[in-house]
Design a binder for this molecule. Structure first.
Ligand code: HEC
Ligand code: HEC
Length: 186
């Protein structure tokens, strides 16, 4: 091998290994990214988790758009929160409201949040996640006896009764188990 050939060969090897390294990295990114962005960002604010997770599972802010959280998270609305008093002191309310507004569906790139943002873009802000068209559509095949009439579910609002990984922000149908209806898919 003369010097030029050697240099060229070395250059080719280096280029190739670089390409392989790059390909590997992008393969990893390609595998990880859709998964990471597919679902909904999990709650990572302790105040929100503690205060909003005491009566029901702490709904991720990415489940509703900004305009819904604005309606839900103010002094007046929380005093009459779905028939319950969920009032907070001013400092706590500010932390929770800021957190929810910053992480609302329309500010997220995660797939389900995007779908919720699109479904709620027009019209009145829904006060419930279960009123969002996309969420309704995903559940329309469930019968009343599986949900309301099911003593271990009671309402579609209790996402974590069926979605075993709801707290992680994972709602994929592979992770669903309906209590008392092991064969719901049939
Ligand atoms: C004192 C109990 C209580 C607390 C505290 C509470 N909630 Fe609720 N929440 C309820 C009840 C009751 C419902 C209605 C559930 C039903 O219809 O079955 C509800 C429903 C909701 C819904 C609508 C769910 C649906 O049907 O789609 C959202 C969103 C919600 N709460 C957010 C919050 C947030 C955010 C906080 C924290 C600021 C909070 N809640 C704190 C009792 C509470
Ligand atoms: C009674 C059990 C039950 C409850 C409660 C429930 N779900 Fe579901 N959910 C299901 C089932 C079953 C499916 C799969 C439907 C299908 O693919 O036919 C599903 C599907 C979904 C999907 C789509 C998943 C996918 O892979 O396409 C989302 C998102 C979702 N649910 C969110 C929620 C949220 C948010 C709540 C609470 C507000 C909730 N669900 C409450 C049973 C439930």
């Amino acid at each position: 091998m003369n010097r030029t050939t050697y240099t060229l060969a070395l250059f080719a090897v280096l280029t190739l290994s670089n390409t392989v390294a790059w390909a590997e990295e992008s393969l990893v990114t390609a595998v990880v990214t859709p998964f990471r962005q597919k679902e909904i960002v999990a709650v990572d604010n302790k105040t929100y988790q503690d205060e909003c997770g005491s009566c029901h599972f702490a709904y991720q802010p990415g489940l509703l758009p900004t305009k819904s959280w604005e309606k839900l998270l103010n002094e007046k609305a929380l005093a009459e929160h779905f028939g319950e008093n969920a009032e907070l002191d001013a400092d706590t309310l500010k932390i929770i409201r800021d957190y929810a507004l910053a992480n609302a569906a329309d500010k997220s790139y995660h797939k389900r949040s995007r779908k919720i943002a699109i479904a709620t873009e027009k019209g009145e802000a829904p006060l419930r996640i279960t009123e969002v068209r996309y969420i309704k559509r995903k559940h329309h095949e469930l019968s009343d006896k599986m949900v309301k009439g099911n003593k271990d579910v009671k309402s579609l609002s209790y996402c974590d009764a069926c979605h075993t990984q709801a707290a992680k922000g994972v709602f994929d149908e592979d992770t669903v188990k309906i209590p008392n209806y092991p064969n719901w898919e049939d």
